[in-house]
Design a protein around this ligand. Structure first.
Ligand code: BES
Ligand code: ZN
Length: 617
């Protein structure tokens, strides 16, 4: 409620004292945005020159953000800012007045800058603060090599405003140049053209010539090395991780080729991945030209690399064709999961692709069940008013979105569907799409020409999963389930039955334990397969979840769970485990661990768990 009242007050205020309104074009280019204070229809940023100093001693970033603007005769420009100290602002090189609006817990503040009708640039001198949410400053102990500190940013969904004052809406697109000064023993990399070696003076220059949305601004600083996989793909990591990362991701070039064969040329020239320290709050983040990734995908056998396919797919769905608002988030993630599964199929075959899709199908089922008291959260098109866009980051956007597209594909046939998607990416390249815009495009370019009647509105605007959903099957999973039931019925584990199983089969096996599984069964499995000490983080995670669910304490598993939660900050893993404690009335146990693990978490993970466990610092 608080946010709505505030926004309303702000709206009234802006309208009553806004003499720029006459300047708005008749059909506004930018649609209404719940999560940004910017008013880009009157004045919008187009290019950023960022000049910053990264100070590890003080843990602040300090510098100037200079914007070239598109000015529709406006007398002010509004940026988003959160937890920033604004020192001064210039318009075309002259000091100008600025004002920071009321603070909102989620949105931060409007930074309103006085300009004149012919102003072309504004420069904001600013500093981040200890509260800045996008940044995680790591001490050497929290890195792989344990000798140098590390810094990384996370912009999506609305955190870029906490490290750069900016018009922080996905509808905005800017090119940028940056000069970043870091301690000379460290290397800086961004979502831009990147260095391959350290400089002597710690000064790095970046250019990003393709226009990107502000949530894709990204910076990482650490003791990094680069190793190429192909002429346009490669990995950044700390020394002790670089070879592991390089061999794990050795199929990167093949993935880019497969993606291009499906939906058109890769528009970003370079595709690199940086392996971050384990506190990175996501599996991956599709920062253009440089995907940020968790080290937990490095399993040693390439079994978790669908994550790379996923982030690569965002180079089309998300980075090239971007959701207009966070209510349309499924356009980013649903399309990306669809594309990810297609890339995996192209490289490794249908079996693997269907297993990935089915794991998502099970996530979706659990998510829908979890939202049984809030069914409106299971719609693809969300209404995130008064909510943090983060609340939409769940299996609905990803896996219901996927299922919708797969169902469409199976209805019209793959050939037509692929041609349609290729056209969609080409037509909308470097721009944003609303859910309504997509539905229009779908009707005009796929459904009507092929005379196909499809329940699009039900899929997009109704809760739950429609009846006509594609049925995904996997012989391998059917077999895993059979084997599981056999082991339980016979009270004996026959390891020959699980020979050559892939990670996906193990995950399926573990996730599908019956409610009635006994401690003896779990002990028997752990003895045969040593799940408690699995070096595959996905297998370990689902096993730990079952240990919590079924009160299993053998093989020192409790210590492993605690160590895992302290080391790994990937929100999906961490929240799955804390949720299991909570569901099983073990909040005290959870809090005892959380007190130790929380200092290692990035704010996005800590915020989620704070809320889940009712934790107050
Ligand atoms: N773009 C997302 C991560 C994200 C979403 C960050 C919303 C902040 C707000 C990224 O592409 C993603 O989906 N990551 C997944 C990987 C996966 C589905 C393979 C993750 O982190 O688990
Ligand atoms: Zn994604």
């Amino acid at each position: 409620m608080k946010t709505r009242t505030l926004l309303y007050a702000l709206l009234v205020l802006t309208f009553s004292c806004n003499d720029d309104k006459k300047a708005e074009p008749t059909t506004p280019k930018y649609v209404e945005e719940l999560h940004s204070y910017a008013k880009p229809n009157t004045s919008a940023i187009k290019h950023l020159d960022l000049d910053i100093d990264v100070n590890f001693d003080k843990q602040i970033i300090d510098g100037v953000a200079t914007y070239t603007i598109e000015n529709n005769n406006a007398t002010e420009i509004v940026l988003d800012a959160k937890f920033l100290n604004i020192a001064s602002v210039e318009a075309d090189g002259q000091n100008t007045e600025f004002e920071l609006g009321a603070f909102d817990e989620q949105l931060g503040q409007a930074l309103t800058i006085k300009i004149s009708e012919d102003t072309k640039t504004v420069a904001v001198h600013y500093q981040t603060t200890s509260k800045t949410e996008a940044l995680q400053w790591l001490n050497p102990q929290q890195t792989a090599d344990k000798t140098h500190p590390f810094l990384f940013t996370q912009g999506q969904a609305i955190l870029t405003r906490s490290w750069i004052p900016i018009q922080d809406s996905p509808q905005i697109r800017i090119t940028y140049n940056a000069t970043v000064k870091v301690p000379s023993e460290l290397m800086a990399v961004m979502s831009a053209q990147n260095p391959k070696e350290k400089t002597a003076d710690g000064v790095y220059k970046f250019t990003m010539n393709q226009p990107i949305s502000p949530y894709l601004m990204a910076l990482a600083v650490g003791d990094l090395e680069y190793k190429a996989v192909s002429h346009r793909t490669g990995v950044y990591a700390e020394k002790s991780m670089i070879d592991k990362a390089h061999s794990e991701f050795s199929d990167m070039e093949k993935m880019v080729v497969a993606a291009e064969n499906l939906y058109g040329a890769y528009d970003w020239e370079q595709f690199d991945v940086i392996v971050l320290p384990p506190s990175f709050p996501f599996g991956g983040m599709e920062n253009p030209r440089l995907t940020f990734a968790t080290p937990t995908v490095i399993a040693g056998d390439k079994s978790l690399t669908s994550l790379i396919a996923h982030e690569l797919a965002h180079s089309w769905s998300g980075n090239l064709v971007t959701n207009a608002t966070w209510n349309d988030f499924w356009l980013n993630e649903g399309f990306t999961v669809y594309f990810e599964v297609r890339i995996m199929e192209a490289l490794y075959g249908k079996d693997r692709a269907n297993m990935i899709a089915l794991i998502g199908r099970q996530d979706l089922e659990e998510e829908v069940e979890g939202f049984k008291d809030e069914p409106e959260m299971t719609k693809l098109k969300l209404d995130l008013s008064n909510k943090n866009p983060d609340d939409g980051m769940n299996s609905i956007a990803y896996d219901k979105g996927y299922l919708f597209l797969r169902t469409l594909e199976e209805t019209v046939g793959r050939e037509k569907f692929d041609a349609f998607l290729k056209g969609y990416f080409k037509t909308n390249a470097f721009s944003t799409v609303t859910t309504e815009g997509f539905i229009d495009y779908l009707n005009t370019n796929l459904l009507e020409p092929n005379n196909v009647d499809f329940n699009v509105n039900e899929w997009v605007y109704e809760p739950g999963v429609p009846e006509n959903q594609a049925k995904i099957v996997s012989d391998k999973f059917d077999n895993a389930e059979r084997v599981l039931n056999e082991f339980i019925a016979n009270k004996v584990v026959d390891v020959s039955k699980t020979k050559d199983w892939t990670t996906q089969e193990w995950v399926y096996f573990i996730r599908n334990f019956p409610e009635t599984i006994t401690t003896e069964d779990l002990e028997r499995f752990d003895k045969a397969f040593n799940f408690t000490n699995s070096s595959n983080t996905h297998i370990a995670m689902v096993w730990y979840e079952q240990a919590i669910n079924h009160d299993y304490h053998g093989n020192n598993v409790d210590q492993n769970i605690e160590d895992f939660l302290i080391r790994v900050g990937r929100r999906w893993y961490v929240s799955t485990l804390f949720k299991a404690y909570k569901r099983n009335d073990k909040v005290d146990e959870a809090l005892a661990i959380y007190k130790k693990s929380r200092p290692n978490y990035h704010s996005v993970t800590a915020n989620t768990i704070d809320e889940m466990l009712g934790y107050n610092e």
